[in-house]
Design a binder for this molecule. Structure first.
Ligand SMILES: [Zn+2]
Length: 317
């Protein structure tokens, strides 16, 4: 067993995306309850997710967008078509804590408190782009985390693995021309955000070859995903020799998820964890920081998260 740092804040359950919306606060309560009941609960240290500063969020987003979102939420919010969600008074502080959760874990991991960290963040982040929200997301937490680790810890090679069923267009955009961040995404072909994440999209300029998109057909199962992981993702990451692995951990490819249309069981999420541990042990001193993205079946989410974290924690090196 190895210790896991878990960055939490109650604000993750306060953002209200609107009536009947699949991105509900229940998702976080379910995940936390499942973790509290897990046999490995003793290996989890829960710490408070700090708030990110506007300056930190501006590592990825335009200051004018950040400030506009703050003012909009403070005024009571509204329905945002690009986000396909409502925002309200607590959405901005929740999003700032979601970004801050990653930064809290980065400091804990780099100071050697734990090698692995996880945050059950809401709202999710990987669709948000420089100047606007998108697809349930306000700020791209995983991208801010990578930029923060580049700056504060002077890391030269950071790898972001994204196994959410949707393509992380926001993360891809942030590092499109950056050869120091390898972005690898496994996602369903021709799903939201449509026309994003084609295998021919590999980055540009100095960043060419440092974006790896692996679209999979609808209905893909554990075997298809793990095969793609082993064949396309593992060799790329191994060659890149990352100093830390960051993970956009979405669980909407689970078979019970009505949005994703894929057929993963808990087994696949455990399989991802085993492979990520092996990669992290080779060049990243075992460091893996995962942020929750999607996952809209409560049962699927509980199963996915518990199998994923369980395997990370049970790693004996
Ligand atoms: Zn998703």
């Amino acid at each position: 067993m190895q210790p896991l740092g878990l960055a939490y804040h109650e604000l993750f359950t306060r953002h209200d995306a609107g009536p009947g919306h699949p991105e509900t606060p229940n998702r976080i309560d379910a995940v936390m309850n499942r973790i509290n009941d897990a046999v490995w609960r003793g290996s989890v240290e829960i710490v408070e997710a700090r708030e990110a500063t506007q300056e930190e969020v501006a590592l990825v987003h335009l200051p004018s967008y950040i400030e506009a979102m703050r003012r909009l939420c403070e005024a009571g919010g509204e329905y945002l078509p690009a986000m396909e969600s409502n925002v309200g008074r607590e959405s901005y502080p929740a999003a700032m804590r979601a970004v801050g959760a990653g930064l809290t874990l980065a400091d804990g991991v780099m100071e050697g408190r734990w090698k692995i960290g996880f945050a059950p963040t809401r709202p999710p982040g990987h669709h948000a782009v420089k100047a606007r929200p998108k697809g349930f997301c306000i700020f791209c937490s995983i991208a801010v985390l990578a930029k923060y680790m580049q700056q504060k810890y002077n890391l030269q090679r950071i790898c972001i693995v994204d196994f959410d069923v949707h393509h992380g267009n926001g993360t891809q955009e942030a590092f499109w021309e950056d050869p120091t961040v390898l972005y690898c995404s496994l996602h369903r072909d021709n799903l939201f955000p449509y026309s994003s994440g084609r295998s021919a999209d590999i980055g540009a300029g100095e960043g060419e070859g440092f974006t790896v998109n692996i679209p999979l057909p609808a209905g893909s199962d554990d075997e298809a995903y793990l095969e793609a992981f082993d064949h396309y993702l593992v060799p790329k990451v191994r060659d890149f020799k990352p100093q830390v692995l960051l993970v956009s951990a979405g669980f909407d490819a689970h078979i019970l998820d009505i949005i994703g249309g894929m057929r993963l069981t808990g087994e696949a999420y455990g399989g991802f964890a085993v492979r990520l541990l092996e990669l992290a042990d080779q060049t990243a001193e075992g460091r893996i920081i995962s942020l929750l993205e999607g996952g809209y079946s409560i049962r699927g989410l509980e199963e996915g998260v518990s199998r994923y974290l369980g395997r990370l924690i049970e790693d004996d090196g």
